[in-house]
Ligand binder design. Structure first.
Ligand code: FUL
Length: 706
């Protein structure tokens, strides 16, 4: 029986128990705390699925469109929905969520309620429908399908007025009725602000608690797609994890206390990363993260695709902490997933497959310190090693810290532990430990807190003939569905790179036995590439690709890639003082450290001037926002100018750093045409929360063909 069908039966049984509170005989186990709905259980089972961010932004190189982009911009040259769906399926994803409409308001389907859609794009002569094509491709690939429908619409003239809600709901109904079953509807929390708004070009603020009448809007989804789980910062079905790095808290409860204030979409993110216990609602976390720095495709990020090891780290910190992983794969201007992303996903899948190919506890003899009902098979310890997540081991009501020993039938080397709770009965365990048997005694291998859907713990490799799971704290008799052990393949270490102010790049690994080889021409390093012996001079910038090689053993290696701008050895940072003179500022803005930025003395507009020490032809500049999680002081509107003499200035770029609060990554601005100058000026027109602007200048890229 599938887990879902089983769950339905079980929930019916539980409902009967719930009618008779206090009844918990040996043959039944009373649920604890808030419980998942069948819809949420189906969502938990997916574990890993993807986002597809695709819109006019793909063609304008932006993260947030302003809303005035003409539909003719959307023109993928070789859109291939099957390639996108296959890439996701081959990576192990169970579904895809398309941005049917992002904040710019452009619709990827020919909506009958607006002209701002693919109807007016040259792609397929205006007869295309991305929402339909990707939905059909997902079905062919065996993937489930979901839609992101941005509530914020920077194009629509009525945004901010009640009329817009009618428009938004009409679109929602259109998408929910015409495109087959959806597993999710994703409601973003970024709402209100500057926009085109039908030509008004102004700032519109809304109250996210009331404007969308969320209960009424959610009801439309419940009526039309009852099995679709809804995302917003706070559900109703699953929640945001509070960051866009893909990391759930080390402790991550599937429950939240919804009686607290600020529990509305776009409200406070406090508590979202770790969840709250015991909580009032089952509201598990989704980790959303892009495979690239940005959510939309930018050619400048082709070298910044997350590597297999980085994706694996994200997997352990999301799926491995009881959340679901929603990994964004942005199609490029052709309308396919770029080769670099495909390759990285392949490497990632290979690592997962090599790791999870063999579960060392499967079918092994198990001895539990207690078993509910004095020996009933329904609650047997062996249920944790049967590979069936619908069966579980449970103890008597008064036994909340039991242990379970699994005999491995000989010495086994492992480094990954996998534990699952039986979710229909709630999240019961609060802490656990795992021990290995070494030299005649138990030695602790790992400890953890929340389990929920799944807890993966990676540790150092250990060899042991048996293993022990100890529940060290639980709110009710534990119900453990699975307890697995795995071994990761041995990987070659990924080198790190650091550049000093003189422009010399050093490469590091901690493994003395490894050989470090690198290239500076963009090609993949091989066993024949330059052996690293001394720091690499890179005064004008460039790209270094480096890898470790183990001459005497087979290891899976991974290339580290970093692009550097021009070196800052000759730079001086200046800022205007009251009387118009320029005064030198502390250097933390241009040191090579990511964590140190300069803070303007007060809020409001701030500007800095940099003397590059020589005249250069500039192709781009790079702004570093502060790294702290609140991101206040991060610049979200800027101007950038250049000057030959420090007196006459030419504006080279101006715009917004979109989504900088949720995703405070290095921002790259390519200049529309290369600008010559010895001086650059960065003006922070506005910073988040009107706080003093925090400015780090990562570097400037020089045109390489000059
Ligand atoms: C954010 C949006 O503002 C981003 O553009 C992106 O869509 C991300 C998934 O959610 O809040």
């Amino acid at each position: 029986m599938g887990r879902l069908a089983h769950t339905r039966l079980l929930l019916t049984a539980l409902a009967l128990i719930a009618l008779r509170p206090g009844v918990s005989g040996a043959s039944t186990l009373a649920p604890f705390g808030p419980l998942p709905t069948p819809r949420q259980l189906a969502w938990h089972e997916m574990e890993f699925y993807g986002f597809v961010h695709f819109s006019v932004n793909t063609f304008t190189d932006r993260e947030w469109g302003y809303g005035d982009e003409h539909a003719s911009l959307f023109n993928p040259s070789a859109f291939d929905a099957d390639q996108i769906a296959r890439t996701a399926r081959d990576a192990g994803m169970k579904g895809l969520i398309l941005t049917a409409k992002h904040h710019d308001g452009f619709c990827l389907w020919p909506s009958q309620y607006t002209e701002h859609s693919v109807k007016h794009s040259p792609w397929k002569d205006g007869r295309g429908d991305v929402v339909r094509e990707l939905g059909e491709a997902c079905r062919r690939a065996g993937l489930r399908y979901g839609l992101y429908i941005s509530p914020w619409d920077r194009n629509h003239r009525d945004y901010g007025k009640p009329e817009y809600l009618t428009y938004y709901r009409n679109q929602l109904r259109e998408l929910l009725t015409n495109y087959g079953p959806l597993f999710t509807v994703w409601f973003d929390g970024a709402n209100g602000g500057d926009g085109f708004y039908g030509g008004a070009k102004e700032k519109r603020s809304i109250d996210n608690r009331t404007y969308y009448d969320w209960p009424g809007t959610w009801q439309i989804v419940r009526d039309l797609q009852p099995m679709a789980s809804m995302f917003s910062d706070v559900g109703p079905d699953f929640r945001w994890v509070g960051n866009e790095h893909g990391f759930a808290g080390e402790t991550c409860w599937a429950t939240m206390d919804m009686t607290k204030p600020n529990r509305y979409p776009g409200g406070s993110s406090i508590g979202l990363n770790s969840g709250e216990r015991p909580g009032t609602h089952w509201l598990p976390a989704e980790c959303d993260v892009s495979i690239r720095p940005g959510w939309f495709y930018h050619a400048a990020e082709d070298d910044a695709v997350k590597s297999p090891a980085q994706l694996l780290d994200i997997y352990y910190k999301s799926v491995g902490r009881g959340a679901c992983l929603n990994l964004n794969l942005p199609p490029d201007r052709r309308g396919v997933i770029h080769e670099n992303d495909v390759n990285s996903l392949r490497g990632f899948r290979r690592l997962l497959d090599l790791t999870f190919a063999q579960n060392f506890t499967r079918g092994a003899p198990v001895l539990a310190s207690n078993q509910r009902g004095g020996g009933e098979r329904a609650f047997a310890g062996a249920n944790t090693v049967d590979g069936n997540p619908d069966s579980y081991w449970a103890t008597d009501d008064d036994v909340t810290t039991p242990e379970l020993v699994v005999e491995l039938g000989g010495e086994v080397t492992f480094n990954v532990v996998d534990v699952r709770e039986y979710l229909p009965l709630g999240q019961r365990v609060e802490a656990f430990a795992v021990d290995a048997w070494r030299d005649g005694a138990w030695v602790e291998f790992a400890t953890g807190t929340s389990i929920g859907n799944r807890r993966l713990v990676r540790g150092p490799r250990v060899t042991s003939p048996k293993v022990r799971l100890r529940i060290t704290q639980a709110a009710a008799a534990p119900a453990i569905a699975e307890f697995g052990l795995y071994a990761e393949p041995v990987l070659a270490e990924v080198p790190t790179m650091v550049r000093n102010r003189q422009g010399l790049v050093s490469l590091f690994t901690s493994t003395a036995a490894a050989e470090l080889r690198y290239t500076t021409d963009g090609t993949e390093p091989t066993g024949g590439s330059t052996l690293y012996a001394a720091p690499i001079p890179l005064a004008r910038g460039g790209t270094i690709k480096a890898r470790t090689f183990h001459p005497r053993e087979e290891r899976i290696g991974e290339t580290a890639t970093r692009r550097f701008g021009v070196s800052k050895a000759r730079w001086r940072v200046l800022a205007p003082v009251g009387d118009g003179r320029l005064k030198e500022l502390p250097r933390q803005m241009i040191d090579e450290a990511r964590a140190t930025v300069w803070h303007a003395p007060s809020g409001g507009q701030a500007e800095v001037t940099i003397d590059l020490g020589e005249s250069l032809v500039l192709a781009a500049f790079h702004y570093l926002p502060p790294t702290h999680s609140a991101a206040s002081g991060a610049v979200d509107r800027y101007e950038f100018s250049t000057s030959e003499d420090g007196k006459t200035w030419v504006k080279a770029a101006a715009g917004e750093f979109a989504n900088i609060r949720a995703n405070s990554i290095e921002q790259t601005v390519r200049l529309a045409s290369p600008a010559k100058g010895r001086f650059i000026r960065f003006v922070a027109l506005h910073a988040l929360d009107n706080a003093p602007a925090a400015i780090g200048v990562a570097s400037a890229s020089v045109r390489t063909d000059n």
